[in-house]
Design a protein around this ligand. Structure first.
Ligand SMILES: Nc1ncnc2c1ncn2[C@@H]1O[C@H](COP(=O)(O)OP(=O)(O)O)[C@@H](O)[C@H]1O
Length: 183
């Protein structure tokens, strides 16, 4: 299956992806994790991306899509994937459609996780990642509303919306239930 996860920072996409990928037998590909690996490894890509991660702004589409295209070309992702944190803009979404169409593939589902705003901020502050300061969190939430939320309409035909307040295992069960007819 080829699935993308959409939701504001703190919605639990990473947690859900980790629970779902073994059930679904597809790799979990997180652009946030990939970027942080590049930054920690001080690669050329990491040097370009670092300042965006520090402020909570999106890394430019060109850099991001190049990194994702390379990752999707790896053998383990050829049969399917769970994309967490990509696409986050309409141009990224269009590029992803083109990349898949070039191989005769398309997405099976776009899963949207919804959580009340106050729960989101609480979760982010408690995970204490270095880019989780009150300012970057506010900025990432704003970026989500302006740049990523338009994807919900783009993916209207394959969108599955899951209420993501509550225990992670329950949310994963709900997600699997909704995905079953798509696979
Ligand atoms: N698809 C993307 N496009 C541009 N930048 C991205 C993308 N995915 C991740 N990033 C960068 O990585 C940072 C962390 O992303 P992520 O780990 O998904 O955290 P969160 O969901 O909490 O915002 C983002 O703030 C952004 O700078």
């Amino acid at each position: 299956m080829r699935i993308i996860l959409i939701g504001p920072p703190g919605a639990g996409k990473g947690t859900q992806a980790a629970l779902l990928h073994s059930e679904l037998g597809v790799p979990h590909i997180s652009t946030g994790v990939l970027f942080r690996q590049h930054v920690d490894g001080q690669t050329p890509l990491g040097r370009q991306a670092g300042r965006y991660l520090d402020t909570g702004d999106l890394v430019p589409d060109r850099i991001t899509t190049e990194m994702v295209a390379q990752r999707l070309a790896e053998p383990d992702a050829r049969q399917g994937f769970l994309l967490d944190g990509f696409p986050r803009t309409l141009p990224q979404a269009r590029t992803l459609s083109e990349l898949l169409a070039a191989d005769g593939h398309r997405l099976d589902a776009a899963v949207e996780y919804t959580v009340p705003d106050e729960v989101l901020t609480e979760r982010l502050l408690s995970r204490a990642r270095t880019d989780d300061t009150p300012e970057t969190i506010r900025n990432r939430q704003q970026v989500y509303r302006t740049q990523t939320a338009p994807l919900l309409r783009f993916y209207a035909d394959i969108l599955l919306t899951v209420d993501a307040a509550g225990p992670a295992a329950d949310i994963a069960e709900k997600t699997l239930g909704l995905l079953r007819p798509c696979g």
